[in-house]
Design a protein around this ligand. Structure first.
Ligand code: AR6
Length: 176
């Protein structure tokens, strides 16, 4: 599914965030220490190799809602943008902190003057944020900023399973 707003496409696809060769930057659902972990962080660090954690270490720790950028090492991308999402029920206000992740990731991508970025559904796995509520926050923030984007032309959401893809499709239709 693809929607175009102000000349920028928002695309939803099912897949593995560590296998998105057509995106200049991929976003990591990171931990504060920017180390490998489960879920997205595990997949990204495994595919990128140990040099990713070595490079990221100097920038750690980061706080919920923050984002930092590194090279992509052995991944087929140029950059990894590491976002620390809020732990649902703990880091508050969750919606603001999650929105900050998307906003800062877009800012970092624009600073690098790249045209495409792929996001996972930040915070919706181990951090427990309900997928539908998280999708609303993510799309609302991206649409809010979309007319200010200069170099980014493709914003892609990579959803791991069919259920999450369906939820995101429904929420995007509702918001637009
Ligand atoms: N590609 C795309 N999406 C994925 C993948 C993948 N390879 N693997 C899982 N997902 P999570 P969080 C989905 O737990 O909630 C880590 O261990 C998953 O189904 O990766 O922000 C870190 O070290 C879910 O929908 O991120 C942190 O400690 C979404 O991606 C913590 O988990 C996010 O799941 C971060 O937790």
């Amino acid at each position: 599914m693809k929607k175009i707003i102000s000349g920028v496409s928002i695309e939803l696809r099912q897949g593995d965030i560590s296998k998105q060769a057509d995106c200049a930057a991929v976003v990591n659902a990171a931990n504060a220490q920017l180390e490998t972990g489960g879920g997205v962080a595990g997949a990204i660090h495994r595919a990128a190799g140990p040099e990713l954690a070595q490079e990221a270490r100097a920038m750690a720790p980061i706080k919920p809602g923050e984002a930092v950028i590194t090279g992509a090492h052995n991944l087929p991308n140029l950059y990894v943008i590491h976002c620390l999402g809020p732990v649902y029920g703990q880091d508050k206000p969750e919606d603001k902190l999650l929105g900050n992740c998307y906003s800062k990731a877009l800012d970092l991508a624009e600073e690098k003057q790249i045209s495409s970025i792929a996001f996972p559904a930040i915070s919706t796995g181990i951090f427990g944020y309900p997928a539908e509520a998280a999708a609303k926050v993510a799309f609302t923030k991206i649409i809010e900023k979309i007319s200010t984007l200069k170099t980014l032309k493709n914003v892609i959401f990579v959803l791991y399973n069919q259920q999450d893809l369906d939820i995101h499709k429904r929420v995007l239709e509702q918001i637009m």
